[in-house]
Design a protein around this ligand. Structure first.
Ligand code: CP3
Length: 354
């Protein structure tokens, strides 16, 4: 139900990009590459424009969002842009009292622990995130044939921040709710699925030509618990954007045992961290899906020769895949030398040229 007269999303040039072709498992001129967290502290130009502006404030300024999103595209010539924001932005937008503490991450003033806390999660409306629509409008004009990836946090990872009150190693309070009050847990995830589903719809309707659902911390779960207590909510998110027809990417860290289920939740592309080689990941995911990944981000601190050799290993393991988008196995570390990333993009493009 796109408003009439709007440009088709994606435009023909974007639809024909190596990135979207790989997501659709079509032949590509070269393996497309982008990096999770490609915008951010690794770039001096990012640190400069962010000076004196809090993270969440910067996410609500369309001009700044557009500039920061474009920075890694200009510098590294990656095959896709990822919209600059954070997974907690839609929660902030509905009035949850949270902040992003530098060097720590999202912190929630009053953690979610009881049924009464559900009342704090009202539905998201497009007006709540007007700045996303505006920034994406600016970006699709500037990006030309480069696709723009929208994203959101998955219900489990968002719930973990809400229930723990901040970053957590073992997700103990989260699991306490999941096992101790399964109905409250299910209701919490279902509400987060609605918010996330709407947030992704807004992004696609504003010009995102692919979306990635970040379930960064879901690797903390055993497969049976994932299937019973998390998959239904993530499946609902993917279902909410199925009619938009854009590729849906699903990613988490430490998810070797969950790869099949991450695909089954409704993804077109499954993101893989560095612990499972891509050929083995393809066996676990099964046919009909593209894969994204999976160079260990820590490799970027090694010599250029070592980075190239490890990238070649990733490309070799991806040889028989139906579709492959080159990425890191997790985000760019803040202290990465940006030149290492620029060289890596060039290396992957050259090595994979058909
Ligand atoms: O280039 C991009 O990838 C787009 C930007 C992006 C940010 N956050 C910007 C950001 C994306 C995709 C995210 C997603 C996100 N946020 C995830 C999923 C990805 C992942 O890494 O698994 C998660 C778990 C979060 C929560 C979060 N927000 C964390 C853990 C942190 C880091 C805290 C720190 O300071 O080390 C943030 C803050 C954040 N989000 C920063 C950026 C650039 C750093 C804050 C700053 O620059 O001031």
């Amino acid at each position: 139900d796109r408003p009439q007269g709007q440009q088709p999303n994606p435009s023909p040039a974007v639809a024909d990009s190596a990135f979207l072709r790989a997501c659709r498992r079509e032949p590509v001129p070269h393996t497309p590459v982008w990096f999770m967290r490609q915008a951010g502290r690794s770039l001096p130009e990012y640190r400069k424009v962010r000076e004196g502006i809090a993270m969440l404030d910067s996410c609500m300024r369309p001009d700044l969002v557009a500039e920061i999103t474009l920075q890694p595209v200009r510098r590294h010539h990656v095959d896709a842009a990822i919209y600059f924001s954070d997974i907690v932005v839609p929660l902030k937008a509905i009035g949850i009292d949270l902040d992003i503490k530098p060097g720590v991450g999202p912190v929630v003033e009053q953690p979610f622990r009881t049924r009464a806390d559900l009342d704090r999660l009202r539905d998201l409306t497009p007006d709540d995130v007007w700045y996303v629509t505006e920034a994406m409008g600016l970006l699709t004009g500037e990006l030309g044939a480069t696709p723009l990836i929208g994203f959101a946090g998955a219900p489990f990872t968002l719930a973990s921040y809400l229930v723990e009150g901040g970053p957590s190693r073992n997700h103990e309070n989260t699991k306490a709710m999941m096992y101790g009050d399964p109905q409250l847990w299910a209701d919490l995830l279902d509400r987060l699925a609605d918010i996330t589903g709407t947030f992704l719809q807004v992004q696609i309707d504003a010009g995102a030509s692919a979306v990635q659902l970040f379930d960064s911390w879901v690797g903390a779960l055993a497969p049976a618990d994932y299937r019973a207590s998390v998959l239904p909510a993530s499946a609902k998110v993917f279902e909410r954007v199925a009619d938009r027809g854009v590729p849906r990417i699903h990613f988490g860290v430490g998810t070797g045992e969950l790869l099949g289920l991450l695909g089954a939740a409704g993804a077109d592309v499954v993101g893989v961290d560095w612990r499972v080689p891509l050929d083995e990941a393809a066996r676990r995911v099964g046919p009909g899906k593209a894969l994204q990944g999976n160079l260990d981000p820590a490799v970027l601190f090694s010599t250029p020769e070592a980075v190239a050799a490890k990238a070649d290993e990733v490309l070799a393991a991806a040889q028989g895949l139906e579709g492959h988008v080159f990425n890191l196995g997790h985000g760019v570390p803040p202290n990465t030398d940006p030149d290492a990333l620029t060289r890596l993009v060039e290396h992957v493009h050259t090595r994979s040229a058909r």
